[in-house]
Ligand binder design. Structure first.
Ligand SMILES: *Cc1c(COP(=O)(O)O)cnc(C)c1O
Length: 408
């Protein structure tokens, strides 16, 4: 089959809930992927940061294969010999006391919401059914009905109500607005240290640290969603490390699965985690031995290959070089580490045609929220590959003919 045939097969048999670039991939290695036509492309999305370690990292694949040959799923009805050692490692790497494993990011966010609410009732004495959680405008925390209910994106919410009550929304980057929104029933503040899906929005310096102070002063939990920003992406192990902390509950996912398997979880102190008791919460696949083995290898690679430092060095160079290349279409290049957003001016039209032109040049990147091209290559990328990428990107951003459909 050719590209068009693969695509029409999915169109025929699936829901139309995505608008992918017209490329069908069949193989990957490190930062590179190959499509069914044999083209080699540089993956500068990394599955939204789920492939920080690169495609098919040998160490992670070896762990997957080793564990697949022994035991893959037990459910939590029984213990398995992999989960404990994984969670011990996850806690020691992150500095938290307790970890609760889930699979997808949205599930982990749901887990954090449940933990914060129950903590609010049992520890803080909030009246039953009254717990409130403050979230940020333009947040992205996943796709469950509860989570989209507190989204400000009409496409994410529209047609999916009614929604769960108990959430209040404040502008992102404004710690004063957070403080003003706190009520006696507030139990937590859920925040992304950089808003990825909103377009790589970096908050003002000191924002997260100030939010943590406010949460501490008011006795509420700071719930730090590091699903996309964590595990080296922003040039620190966790993005919160730039700004004073990892939070009272930290949510991890994406790269914790090393690009091969969904692995997520929440981390917290025991005072929060101890609110869960048998029967309260769970997941058939959460903490399965295959995921635990993969998660350990995924963490090993991030720590031992010092991917946060690579991300900081290469990301700084990448952003500086893109800025220096200039472009009549670009309003701003922003981000931290290798989490980079190139904002296209409104009068230059949407970002999508630029992503299509980049694809023609051998680079896979995806627009987010109309105006922003997101670049988040695997953190294992070689400097020479990134240099090549910058040449292609600078070409596209300076050549209206390449960005077909872009309004010059
Ligand atoms: C991707 C993402 C999620 C949701 O993760 P899924 O695995 O897609 O459910 C939640 N929060 C943030 C910040 C994300 O980037």
């Amino acid at each position: 089959m050719n590209t068009a045939q693969y695509i029409s097969q999915v169109d025929r048999w699936s829901a139309h809930n995505y608008h992918p670039l017209p490329v069908v991939l069949e193989r990957g290695e490190g930062p590179w992927v190959w499509d069914v036509e044999g083209h080699r492309l540089l993956d500068m999305l990394s599955a939204y940061s789920a492939v920080n370690q690169g495609h098919r990292h040998p160490r992670i694949i070896a762990a997957l294969e080793r564990q697949a040959a022994r035991l893959t799923l037990t459910s939590r009805a029984f213990h398995n010999d992999q989960m404990g050692v994984f969670l011990e490692q996850l806690c020691s790497v992150t500095g938290f006391d307790r970890a609760l494993p889930m699979n997808t990011g949205a599930e982990a966010v749901e887990t954090a919401i449940k933990a914060a609410r129950k903590w609010g009732y049992e520890v803080r004495g909030v009246p039953a059914g009254q717990a409130e959680i403050i979230v940020c405008e333009h947040n992205f925390h996943g796709r469950t009905t509860t989570i989209v209910g507190f989204s400000s994106d009409p496409r994410a919410r529209g047609g999916f109500g009614p929604f769960a009550p108990g959430f209040a929304s404040v502008p992102y980057g404004d710690s004063g607005a957070l403080e003003a929104a706190i009520t006696p029933n507030t139990v937590g503040f859920l925040v992304e240290p950089i808003q990825g899906e909103a377009g790589v929005v970096v908050p003002p310096p000191g924002y997260l640290a100030r939010c943590m102070e406010i949460c501490r002063d008011h006795g509420i939990l700071l719930i730090n969603d590091e699903i996309q920003t964590g595990l080296g992406r922003t040039g620190r192990l966790f993005c919160g490390d730039w700004d004073g902390g990892r939070g009272d509950i930290m949510i991890v996912g994406k790269a914790l699965g090393g690009g091969v398997f969904p692995v997520s979880g929440i981390l917290s102190g025991s005072e929060v985690m101890d609110v869960f008791r048998p029967g309260d919460h769970g997941s058939t696949f959460g903490g399965n031995p295959l995921a635990a083995a993969v998660g350990r290898a995924a963490l090993d690679v991030i720590v031992e290959e010092d991917l946060p430092a690579r991300s900081e060095q290469l990301g700084g160079w990448f952003r500086d070089t893109l800025r220096a290349a200039g472009s009549p279409f670009v309003e701003e290049v922003r981000g931290r580490g290798l989490m980079v957003g190139v904002v296209i001016k409104r009068e230059s039209g949407p970002a999508r045609p630029f992503c299509e032109a980049l694809f023609e040049q051998g680079i896979l990147a995806k627009e987010t929220h109309e105006q922003v091209i997101r670049f988040s290559p695997p953190l294992v990328i070689e400097r020479s590959d990134l240099e090549w990428a910058v040449e292609q990107i600078a070409d596209v951003l300076n050549n209206p003919a390449l960005a077909r459909g872009a309004a010059a």
